[in-house]
Ligand binder design. Structure first.
Ligand code: AMP
Length: 280
């Protein structure tokens, strides 16, 4: 496995890789969710590039940029073991040099949900992913369903800016008790960790209400809230039953189905999760 930092090194190393080329962008502190993306990429591609970059532009002023967990030696060992061909470790200074002033803004689909709670977040995401796409030039790029709105934003950007690549979405990897794997799970105290599977349980319970025939979106949102209320340490920021493409809140769930999603605080830790209700 090769490891590179500068754009020149990246271009030279990329030139020697077999195509189709798969790309997995990450912020590091890797877990089974990231490795599921790597395996999906290996299943569809002849070579795989992973980037590790904690992107300052997607963190708000009161978010966890400085204390975001990092362990590059461990990440590199995991990627090497997984059989990744090339790892790119850009630095903040090279991604955002002094005088940087070009931003990518995906408008409508960035507005609700995470975008409403984290102003500027998706501008940071879209900008860095556009830069990563330009530098790597992948044929396929792999993203996790865990960050459903991020997928919607990247898909729209890829379409609008004519990136010649396919965006592939990989199912959410979970712990045995249902908690979605996340680099931020390490922040949870023992008591918080014990209650955190309530996000997945709430999604399952709301999905059961949907399967029983309920199509009133507010009833589904109430089912999510009721399930989350059973966890004393959970502070709900939002629950959503939205159109699966536009991400606008629904009154009724139609033939296109819905995206159920939520953000919940456990102490200082903010967890998100989601589930797609298939249409018919
Ligand atoms: P991050 O390092 O958190 O920016 O995540 C990098 C990529 O891994 C994104 O496409 C995430 O959606 C994806 N990812 C993170 N957690 C999971 C998970 N539990 N299951 C599947 N994909 C994930």
């Amino acid at each position: 496995m090769q490891t590179v930092t500068t754009l020149e090194q990246l271009r030279a190393a990329r030139a020697g890789l077999a195509e189709p080329l798969g790309f997995v962008p990450t912020m590091g502190y890797l877990h089974e969710g990231h490795l599921a993306l790597v395996r999906a990429a290996q299943g569809r591609c002849k070579s795989v590039i992973v980037s590790i970059f904690v992107n300052p532009a997607q963190f708000g002023p009161n978010e966890d940029l400085a204390k975001y967990p990092r362990d590059i030696p461990r990440d590199l060992a995991l990627l090497d073991e997984a059989g990744v061909d090339l790892v790119w470790l850009p630095t903040p200074e090279m991604m955002y040099p002094p005088g940087f002033q070009t931003w990518v803004e995906v408008t409508d689909v960035s507005q609700p949900l995470e975008g409403a709670m984290r102003p500027g977040h998706f501008r940071g995401v879209a900008t860095v992913v556009a830069k990563l796409f330009n530098a790597v030039g992948p044929d396929l790029a792999f993203f996790g369903q865990k960050d459903a709105q991020q997928v919607a934003v990247i898909r729209q950007m890829t379409l609008d800016l004519n990136f010649p690549l396919e965006v592939v979405v990989v199912p959410t990897a979970r712990e045995a008790d249902g908690l979605a794997r996340s680099s931020r799970n390490v922040y949870l105290s023992e008591a918080e960790r014990a209650q955190a599977p309530v996000l997945h349980r709430a999604l399952q319970e709301a999905a059961a209400v949907y399967r029983d025939g309920e199509r009133d979106a507010e009833v589904i949102r109430k089912a999510l809230r009721a399930a989350l209320a059973t966890a004393a340490l959970a502070e709900v920021q939002y629950v959503s039953c939205a159109h699966p493409r536009t991400l606008q809140e629904l009154e009724r769930i139609g033939p296109e189905g819905a995206l159920l999603s939520m953000a919940v605080h456990f102490g200082k830790t903010r967890l998100i999760d989601n589930l797609v209700l298939e249409g018919h």
